[in-house]
Design a binder for this molecule. Structure first.
Ligand code: FES
Length: 406
């Protein structure tokens, strides 16, 4: 094809999904700019999939809550009686006001600001002023989303949820040594990225492979340096290092990826070694916070879990949750939370800038790469190009995405 000609697929209508070549080439432009596809992404992927809303460390006490907004939807995630975690739709059953307004809060009951209908943390309507005595309160509680807490991570799903059992099994196995449920928030950053969420997703999927794009990651992760340089001798060194790490009975890697037959659920879950001599993902390799869980020494590995468009990275001494939330076709929120052992004290046990060094760098590089990618995709001469061999994970994910969206 003459590259000067416009590719009709690059601007094709939302219904025109790519065919068999979907896994070999990137998506046409419509998937990164079209409001109708954006709406379908939200409805078919995000509202019908288990998504990471946050961590229980955000709501340590009964009565704590936080809001999670996704498109036009808003959820109140709260801790109720007996430590139960609830996820209610943040829409009053009277005339539809949002009930909770502040992003984070603490209250015994949720009171609607318009006419004071009052709800328990589990959504039950407990008071409705000026309504008749025979008023049926029981049928007018807040609507509820499905919620599951797995190793401290709060997952929610608005529509009929996929079976959570495999997800729970694999995450609990990968995080067993870290006691991830008993951590606290050490640092938090939120970014607005002027790019479609799928461009950001693709950048995160190649954190290990991008040539020269992630120098901090290459400095810490031998696997990343190996992939970025393409040096055969380094590759042999990494293979030997990874094999030795895996042979140790106490350092068994866990690798699981799962897609249900109806393509309703997509996640990956694995443990890998970092670099010889590195205890954690830090600038020097030395631990930068007290070890998590019952560990007495780092095994030199870390766990990385992706569930749809969120990443959970857990090292021996700290963890990071990266959550992507599509806001508009070309605007995505990147929410990043660092966690440490519950008893860790800032200043004495860890230093937030050192703790956040690697993943701040990674996220900020992804933000720049994805926003530049969006500008290129917006151009009239954008043509979806082929994936390289080391971009196979992106091709696999794109195939899953297309099948799920169809
Ligand atoms: S809209 Fe909530 S009490 Fe009226």
């Amino acid at each position: 094809m003459n590259p000067a000609r416009r590719d009709p697929d690059a601007t094709s209508a939302p219904a025109a999904l790519p065919a068999a070549s979907a896994t070999s080439h990137n998506l046409p432009r419509a998937f990164f700019v079209d409001p109708d596809i954006h709406r379908r992404d939200l409805e078919r992927l995000f509202l019908g999939h288990w998504i990471v809303a946050g961590h229980v460390a955000s709501i340590p006490r009964q009565g704590d809550y936080f809001l999670y907004d996704l498109g036009v939807e808003s959820f109140v995630i709260s801790r109720g009686e007996r430590d139960a975690v609830h996820a209610c739709v943040n829409v009053c059953r009277h005339r539809g006001s949002r009930v909770a307004i502040e992003e984070y809060g603490h209250c015994r009951e949720l009171v609607c600001p318009m006419h004071a209908w009052t709800y328990a943390q589990d959504g039950k309507l407990v008071a409705a002023p000026n309504m008749p005595p025979d008023f049926d309160r029981d049928s007018l509680g807040l609507l509820r989303a499905h919620v599951e807490v797995v190793s401290g991570v709060i997952f929610l799903c608005l529509d009929a949820p996929p079976d959570v059992a495999p997800l729970r099994r694999d995450i609990e196995a990968a995080l067993a040594q870290y006691d991830f449920a008993h951590t606290r928030i050490a640092y938090h950053r939120r970014y607005l990225c002027p790019a479609n969420w799928k461009l950001i997703q693709q950048c995160f999927l190649e954190l290990h492979a991008s040539v020269g794009s992630f120098p901090e990651m290459c400095r810490v992760m031998l696997k990343s340096e190996t992939a970025a340089t393409g040096d055969p001798s380094l590759h042999r060194k990494y293979e030997a290092f990874a094999a030795a790490w895996q042979r140790d009975a106490n350092r068994q890697p866990i690798a699981a990826s799962h897609t249900t037959a109806d393509r309703a659920l997509d996640y990956t879950c694995r443990r890998e070694p970092i670099r010889p001599g590195f205890a954690t993902q830090s600038e020097t390799g030395a631990a930068i916070a007290p070890l998590l869980g019952s560990q007495t020494a780092s095994d030199g590995g870390f766990a990385v879990i992706r569930v749809l468009a969120s990443w959970i990275v857990v090292c021996a001494d700290y963890a990071v949750i990266v959550r992507l939330t599509p806001l508009e076709p070309q605007v995505t929120e990147i929410d990043v939370t660092w966690l440490v052992r519950t008893s860790a004290v800032e200043g004495a046990d860890y230093d937030a800038p050192r703790l956040s060094w690697l993943w701040r760098a990674n996220v900020e590089r992804v933000l720049k790469l994805a926003s530049d990618n969006q500008l290129g995709v917006n151009a009239t001469r954008y043509l979806p190009g082929p994936f390289a061999a080391d971009e196979a994970e992106i091709g696999t994910w794109v195939a899953w995405y297309l099948a799920r969206l169809a």
